[in-house]
Design a protein around this ligand. Structure first.
Ligand code: CS2
Length: 457
């Protein structure tokens, strides 16, 4: 038997591993971003249909090389309380490395056989016109000029109004794509950008992921991922042409779901990530087990997050929050705090500052929600409570560090240094009670550390 997962050995894998049936021959979906989340989410939904995906990696090629060596096959290990359940996914039929195969990438955006382009390229990618938005604009110009068949561009990143955000990143670049404005006019008629809310906890794969795959399959799988049992996809029903028959929820109102998920799940996730990293704790589930942490998360949801939003019909923010905390506690999932902590400047506007802005407008007391702000401020300085170094992996790293250095050691000045960043809305930056409360929490964290602060809340 071949020693890596491949078409030729997939039918001979151990009987408890679910394997794909007939694999699709062509890909109507072009997906940008080959990360673990895509493989455990959209690729799985697509595996339940008869469509195929060409997965494109914008820059780093490790994953697509592994996929290419395995005929596109990879395993998702679903880790629940009762152990792992393994499934081989066969929906990826081709791979592409954008940095070295740009022409092919543009041709695929333009191809008449491509009906949907899906995206998981992280929050910050939408701000770089030379990156993914530029690629899409150029590909759309080619499509308009060649045959003009409609296309759906479906963002699956954790951004509010993610369809509109994608459109806003791409549309201005269309003007530069030709001299007559024809591409832009065509795109207005033939390209849609539905919003979607995606949800599944999928930590970055580690050596343990590959060892688990090898043990379960009997062959190596260097594109394996692991994920929690829960999965959800809510999509705005606005497709320009054909689409796979995904088992997702299609609706006209994604905004309510996005807000609920970004503020509750992702907001509490980031909060726990900064607290856990400062407390020298490795994972979210271990952070939640710190004395006082779960109670704090519960208060935060009930007293700050719930009053900031109207959940979608039939949903209750506190009950949703309870199910989120249960998912975070899953001991099978080792989701590292420092992974979630990265790119805070790109994540916190929709996870934390939007909540604060709405609470401020409603005149709600902001004491509890000032604690995650204080935790991020302390995290950005780069030292945990024990003095260990913490990575500040963030596109605004330099300006954050410069502002903090200028602020010195005074907690109020450090909070102001963070609130002075452009990404913070004025309603948040100028809020006196928030600033006072955050400075108070930062003083507590400086003096006593996260563990003691949480325990004595
Ligand atoms: C996490 C998300 O890394 C992060 O920032 O908060 O990836 C989270 O796990 C997913 O959004 C869950 O759907």
């Amino acid at each position: 038997m071949n020693d890596v997962l491949a078409n030729e050995n997939v039918k001979r894998l151990p009987g408890d591993v679910r394997v794909p049936g007939d694999r699709p021959q062509t890909s109507g979906v072009l997906h940008l971003g080959a990360g673990a989340f895509h493989r455990a989410h959209q690729a799985v939904y697509t595996d339940d249909t008869d469509w195929g995906i060409t997965v494109a990696a914008p820059s780093s090629r490790g994953v697509i090389d592994a996929l290419a060596a395995q005929d596109g096959l990879f395993t998702v290990a679903t880790l629940g309380p009762e152990g792992a359940d393994m499934r081989v996914i066969g929906s990826i039929v081709d791979t592409l490395h954008v940095a070295t195969e740009r022409e092919r990438a543009l041709d695929l955006v333009a191809a008449e056989t491509t009906h949907v382009v899906t995206l998981t390229v992280t929050e910050k990618a939408y701000r770089d016109p030379r990156g993914v938005p530029g690629l899409l604009a150029e590909g759309l110009a080619r499509r308009a000029a060649r045959h003009g068949a409609p296309l759906t561009v479906l963002c699956c990143d954790n951004l509010p109004d993610n369809g509109r955000t994608t459109r806003a990143a791409v549309e201005p670049l269309l003007d530069g794509a030709d001299k007559t404005g024809a591409t832009r006019a065509w795109a207005e008629e033939h390209v849609t950008f539905p919003s979607s809310m995606v949800d599944r906890i999928v930590p970055a794969s580690t050596p343990a992921t590959y060892e688990r795959a090898l043990a379960g399959l009997g062959v190596a799988d260097l594109a394996a991922v692991e994920a929690e049992p829960f999965t959800q996809w809510v999509i705005e029903d606005d497709f320009a042409g054909p689409r796979p028959d995904w088992d997702a929820t299609f609706t006209d109102d994604v905004a309510g779901w996005e807000r609920l998920k970004l503020r509750t799940l992702n907001g509490v996730h980031s909060t726990l990530a900064y607290l856990g990293a400062l407390a020298d704790v490795e994972t979210v589930s271990e952070t939640l087990a710190l004395p006082g942490a779960e109670d704090f998360a519960r208060w935060l949801i009930a007293e700050q997050i719930a009053p900031s939003l109207t959940p979608p019909d039939g949903q209750d923010t506190v009950a949703y929050g309870e199910s989120v905390l249960e998912r975070f506690a899953n001991p099978g999932i080792r989701h590292r705090c420092v992974q979630i902590a990265m790119d805070g400047s790109q994540k916190l506007p929709q996870r934390l500052f939007a909540t604060i802005a709405d609470l401020a407008e409603a005149g709600v007391d902001l004491d509890l929600i000032a604690l995650p702000l204080a935790a991020w401020t302390r995290f950005c300085a780069g030292r945990s409570d024990s003095g260990a170094e913490l990575p500040l992996d963030d596109p605004l790293r330099d300006v954050i560090r410069r502002n903090l250095a200028a602020a010195g050691s005074d907690p109020a000045a450090r909070v102001d240094a963070i609130l002075g960043l452009d990404l913070v809305p004025a309603a948040v930056a100028d809020h006196h009670q928030l600033r006072r409360a955050a400075a108070k929490w930062l003083r507590e964290l400086d003096r006593h550390g996260v563990a003691t602060t949480l325990e004595h809340l």
